[in-house]
Design a protein around this ligand. Structure first.
Ligand code: GLC
Length: 612
């Protein structure tokens, strides 16, 4: 049974409730004027508001339920400050307008509270606004790392921010600035690369998301995640233990967060992993001493999904875990379902003196500062002018360009590539040749992603057909049936099926599956030169197969604009991508990284181009 939050007892002069901003019910005019006064400095507005807030209102600002577990009335009653959409958690229908209506609906409920503190809505827009059908889906980070183009990545951040803004959310849980050290990790594709300088360089995406000013047009709050060392766990186990020295943690995994903080990233998400046996979600030294004090991070720190449940290694959170997490420096808790119990627990811990009010106030200052800086008090609702940008031709052209630049050419025997556009006869096969779901990968429409026609876009096969010129035949059969010697080139588009997080961990073999190998064998049996296009979230164990292939192009997870891959196949764009991760000679080499003395199949930074 949860107590109702205490009514706001107005003291001193109170003002009558005026619709549309200005004075606020129950708030002495002076303070109501100050915290609502855009001419006042943010710091003053924060202090004026904080003075008015009850403990329950402060705890509400620190609580983030999932949209499916909270009603509009809950938001008003419990003074909830933030709501998230988990991966694939969407309104029905899943359309841009329905998103804007949903977030505006939640926002109206937040503004129905006495202090009218606006909600901040968070989503995982990690390669475009990927929860939304029809949104532009960009290459996943590993492909963007292969471009070595921070300016392009900034543009992608801006385009994504426009599509997010039009649909209502104000905050993306991106970029992942993790440093993937073991390709067995299911989140390798969320990393820009295996060395800190790549995610550090690509932190330009923060500028794209946040704009020159957080209250600028289409600016959304960015999140540097997951702090810290998630890509360095032993065995590449997702949410595992990062068993390295502090020197290595600082050398390899910390720099991208320093870079993101320097760019003014507004939030940081704590990682699920442990560091030498201690869960990051309870790590005061790394969160408060290093991130907030040493790096000078002034935004707010959010937990990962039920992350505080893991601190003691038992399911479900305890009062001790809540206290440990908040006192370690977490400011907002992503507590998707059990959020009422979280509110009651934190209130009790504060009232018992185990969580200092100063810590609660610090957390609120950080959160409210970002809400004021975003302009949410003045413009709390979806900016529907940007709805037209969702999946726009301009954004798709950018995604096509990014897909092309992310391609890494690893083998090209006797210049079998680029393909002639005219007077050619091309056979295309493979499970990922004509599959938007496979080429976009995880975190697309659903959390795990899925094969099939899941959202509008151009498949790699469609791109090949669009690029084919006069007197050129393009034949497609998924398994490769029907190929014969009359064809001049065979393209097998194969690799990994979609996955996300721990579902993508590969502790065992890392090669192609039997279906892919059978398809390639069928093509080879015809005697036609075989070009393999790998759609994968990481390097695969293909050394034994490579000699049988005439060419190999690593496409990574290129997104909805598969024509970018075809642009490289036909030479409309020369391949310029460079490996952002070392390519193993065999899976038992993992982890294998630049400078570790192991002999890879292809070294970090490798990539061919066309002679002409
Ligand atoms: C997930 C992920 C994190 C994501 C969050 C919200 O478990 O670890 O990257 O932002 O939950 O979906």
């Amino acid at each position: 049974m949860h107590r109702r939050p205490p009514r706001i007892l107005a003291v001193g002069l109170t003002t009558t409730f005026l619709l549309g901003g200005g004075a606020v019910a129950g708030v002495p005019a002076a303070n109501a004027a100050t915290y609502m006064d855009t001419k006042k400095p943010v710091r003053e507005r924060v202090e004026a508001l904080l003075k008015r807030m009850s403990l329950d209102e402060k705890i509400g600002q620190m609580t983030q339920p999932e949209r499916g577990a909270v009603t509009g009335d809950d938001i008003t009653r419990y003074r909830i400050g933030s709501v998230l959409s988990g991966g694939g958690s969407t309104p029905t229908p899943n359309t841009p307008v329905a998103w804007a209506d949903m977030t505006d609906g939640f926002q109206r409920q937040a503004l129905a509270t006495p202090l009218k503190v606006p909600l901040i809505y968070g989503v995982d827009a990690v390669h475009g606004h990927n929860n939304v059908v029809g949104a532009t889906i960009f290459p996943h980070n590993i492909g963007l790392g292969a471009t070595r183009d921070p300016g392009l990545v900034r543009k992608i951040g801006r385009a994504t921010a426009e599509e997010v803004t039009g649909t209502g959310p104000d905050w993306t849980f991106a970029p992942c600035v993790c440093v993937a050290r073991n390709d067995r990790w299911g989140r390798t594709y969320e990393s820009f690369g295996e060395v800190p300088e790549l995610p550090s360089a690509m932190s330009t995406i923060v500028d794209g998301f946040q704009g020159r000013r957080l209250d600028g047009p289409a600016s959304i709050l960015a999140t540097a995640k997951h702090y810290v060392g998630d890509g360095g766990t032993t065995g590449g186990v997702d949410q595992g233990d990062t068993q390295i020295s502090e020197a290595e943690l600082r050398r390899i995994h910390l720099p991208p967060f320093r870079a993101a903080v320097r760019r003014g990233v507004g939030s940081v998400m704590i990682s699920f992993n442990s560091w030498n046996g201690v869960k990051l979600h309870g790590h005061r030294y790394l969160i408060t001493d290093v991130l907030k004090r040493e790096l000078g991070f002034s935004g707010f720190v959010i937990s990962d999904w039920n992350g505080i449940d893991q601190i003691d290694g038992q399911p479900g959170f305890t009062p001790a875990e809540v206290t440990t997490a908040i006192n370690a420096g977490l400011d907002m808790i992503m507590v998707p379902n059990d959020w009422k119990r979280f509110i009651d627990t934190l209130r009790a811990e504060v009232q018992a003196g185990r969580v200092p009010m100063a810590r609660i106030d610090d957390a609120n200052r950080r959160i409210l500062t970002k809400k004021f800086e975003l302009g949410l008090f003045e413009r709390p609702f979806a900016d529907r002018r940007y709805l037209a940008t969702v999946g726009s031709a301009e954004h798709r052209a950018l995604a096509r360009h990014a897909a092309a630049k992310s391609q890494v050419l690893l083998k090209n025997e006797r210049g079998v590539l680029p393909l002639k556009r005219n007077n050619n006869k091309i056979f295309v096969a493979g499970k990922s040749a004509d599959d938007i779901g496979n080429q976009t990968g995880g975190w697309t429409i659903t959390w795990q992603g899925s094969s099939g026609d899941i959202t509008p876009g151009t498949t790699i096969l469609q791109g090949i057909r669009q690029n084919a010129g006069r007197n050129t035949t393009v034949t497609y059969d998924k398994e490769g049936d029907g190929i014969d010697r009359s064809y001049k080139a065979a393209i097998a588009v194969v690799g990994e099926l979609p996955y996300a997080e721990f579902m993508g961990d590969r502790p065992g073999a890392m090669g192609l599956d039997e279906a892919d190998l059978a398809t390639i064998a069928k093509l080879r049996a015809s005697g036609v030169p075989v070009i393999v296009v790998l759609v994968s979230g990481r390097p695969l164990d293909i050394a034994a197969e490579l000699p049988k292939w005439n060419a190999l192009l690593e496409a990574w997870l290129p997104g909805t604009e598969g024509r970018g891959v075809a642009d490289v196949l036909f030479g409309l764009t020369r391949p310029t991508g460079k490996l952002p991760v070392t390519w193993m000679r065999s899976a038992d080499q993992q982890p294998i990284n630049r400078g570790d003395g192991k002999a890879p199949l292809f070294p970090f930074g490798y990539g061919l181009t066309y002679r002409r």
